[in-house]
Design a protein around this ligand. Structure first.
Ligand SMILES: Cc1cc2nc3c(=O)[nH]c(=O)nc-3n(C[C@H](O)[C@H](O)[C@H](O)COP(=O)(O)OP(=O)(O)OC[C@H]3O[C@@H](n4cnc5c(N)ncnc54)[C@H](O)[C@@H]3O)c2cc1C
Length: 493
């Protein structure tokens, strides 16, 4: 639905049809996003944020609280370039001081967003009132999102056909048509495979192979469930990722429900044992179901006249909740190529698009690998294997540089290729420092820098304590009279 809406809105002369299967329904997972998703909706597609909040009722997510690594109880991965703020103040451009000291308990006050997370607040507040900011993703119920997307798709002129895909009619490298199980034959110039893990067109019909990520990501199953929120329970403005014996579990807060899921490796634990572990950890869990998955991406996402998007194109576990980001990225690429080529994309453009999409997937794999390689929290066979065997790929260079130089921003341009733009070096450094990965640089803080850090972290903590919770801010932002500042969501893509 997101693909259909994106194409209709960005290329309004195109006719777009969706084949939807009421029998198969929706996956019912996929609840956390990065800030890219609201930007895609409200900036790139021009969807009114107030209307979206009123209809879909997402809650805001400022980042991820990682109960992870060896030195701190937890560290925050906030959606904000933490280093940028700090470098403005620091006496040294290397970022060696100001709380980036391994094990400093005040580490989580290293920027304003992370400080808000510490306080359980979503937004700051000043004399004018609550100050909304756009360094937020959404926590969103998959079913509610899809229902709204369906109604919006219809409103922007997408034709929705109910039925199940039966078979595809090949034509050269691509397809001439698809057939539904009830005998309809549907032709198109371009087919988007958005069939999720079933990968009906790109996988089953065209046989495009999957590039496996199994040398970096060992998990292959998730237990998902949750419970109804008790009245008065605060809505946490972040996802929590907690280290478990054979993987990790998330907690995502919605207005009426809390979702938890346990991502684990079937090579180390059975479904039943994983469920016992999760129930012991979280006794409020209601019924659970298991979702198996394979981590990897298609070698090419665009083959002939078939473009795969979402889980059909690739999948990694939601440790950084990146699927919606990837989907939006893929769609902006596709729309850009179609617009640029007058809907007659050359092989070179398709190849560029394929490389761009593949690089995004590989970048996410590498970033997730760093989580696994350095999580020293548990001494179980699973975590020992992760620490010993996780392949870092392109992240190896970042880690080597960090071990030698500490959390320095100096080599950002050299360490990351221009297209590695999802997490950036601040993201890597936050992850390495937060997990307590040792480096050989030592603590180079001067007394002046230490005083600056004291003041800076104390100011952040005090400002966060005055902030507004989701419960306080949500009615305000939903109010039809609320005026969203112009350009609030900036530009996407
Ligand atoms: C455990 C888990 C947790 C996740 N958490 C997150 C998260 O926090 N954040 C995030 O961004 N993403 C998350 N994801 C990814 C999430 O699944 C996707 O972002 C989201 O579901 C969109 O993916 P999709 O549209 O490609 O696939 P799906 O949502 O699975 O949609 C595929 C659609 O294709 C239809 N279909 C399939 N076969 C046929 C057929 N033969 N005929 C007709 N229709 C068909 C299905 O009915 C379905 O509606 C998670 C995934 C898993 C497994």
């Amino acid at each position: 639905m997101l693909a259909a809406i994106t194409l209709r809105v960005r290329l309004p002369h195109l006719g777009v049809r969706v084949l939807r299967s009421p029998a198969l329904g929706v996956i019912g997972v996929g609840e956390g996003s990065t800030p890219d998703f609201p930007r895609h909706l409200h900036s790139y597609l021009g969807i009114d944020p107030g209307e979206f909040l009123r209809k879909v009722r997402p809650s805001w997510k400022l980042g991820i609280r990682f109960e992870w690594g060896s030195r701190l109880d937890h560290f925050n991965y906030g959606f904000h370039p933490a280093f940028a703020d700090r470098l403005r103040d620091a006496e040294t451009p290397a970022g060696a001081g100001l709380g980036y000291v391994i094990g400093d308990e005040r580490y989580n006050y290293h920027d304003r967003v992370s400080s808000l997370m510490e306080a359980g607040k979503a937004f700051g507040r000043n004399e004018q009132g609550v100050q909304l900011h756009a360094a937020t993703g959404y926590h969103i119920e998959n079913g509610d999102l899809v229902a709204w997307l369906e109604s919006h798709a219809a409103a922007v002129g997408v034709e929705i056909l109910d039925g199940d895909l039966g078979e595809a009619e090949p034509d050269g490298e691509g397809l001439a048509a698809i057939r539904t199980t009830d005998g309809r034959r549907l032709e198109a110039d371009l087919f988007l495979d958005a069939s999720g893990f079933r990968a009906e067109l790109i996988g089953k019909a065209l046989g495009e192979p999957l590039v496996s990520y199994r040398d970096s990501l060992f998990c292959d199953r998730a237990l998902v469930g949750g419970w109804d929120r008790e009245p008065g329970d605060p809505i946490l403005p972040y996802t929590t990722a907690t280290t478990m014996d054979h993987g990790w579990c998330w907690r995502i807060d919605h207005h009426d429900r809390v979702h938890r899921g346990y991502v684990f490796s079937s090579a180390f634990v059975s479904d039943a044992e994983a469920e016992r572990e999760l129930r012991a950890f979280e006794p409020r869990m209601g019924p659970m179901r298991v979702v198996p998955f394979v981590s990897g991406r298609r070698r090419r996402q665009w083959v002939g006249n078939v473009f795969a998007v979402g889980n059909a194109a690739g999948f990694v576990e939601p440790l950084e909740a990146t699927s919606l980001l990837v989907i939006c990225n893929e769609l902006r690429n596709l729309a850009g190529v179609l617009a640029d080529s007058g809907c007659a994309p050359t092989p070179g453009l398709r190849e560029t698009c394929n490389r761009f999409c593949a690089d995004a997937w590989d970048e996410i794999r590498d970033f997730l690998a760093v989580h696994y390689r350095f999580n020293g929290r548990k001494e179980t066979p699973f975590w020992r294997a992760c620490r010993a065997d996780t392949a870092l790929h392109a992240a190896e260079a970042v880690v080597t540089f960090y071990r030698e130089n500490g959390p320095s921003m100096l080599a950002a341009a050299e360490l990351l290729r221009p297209r590695q733009a999802i997490f950036g070096l601040p993201g890597y450094l936050n992850l390495l420092v937060g997990q307590g990965v040792p480096h050989r640089r030592g603590d180079l803080r001067t007394p002046a820098m230490a005083r600056l850090w004291e003041r800076y972290s104390a100011d952040n903590a005090a400002a966060a304590a005055r902030g507004a919770t989701i419960e306080e801010a949500f009615p305000l932002a939903c109010d039809p009279s609320f005026r969203w500042p112009r350009g609030f969501y900036g530009g996407a893509g």
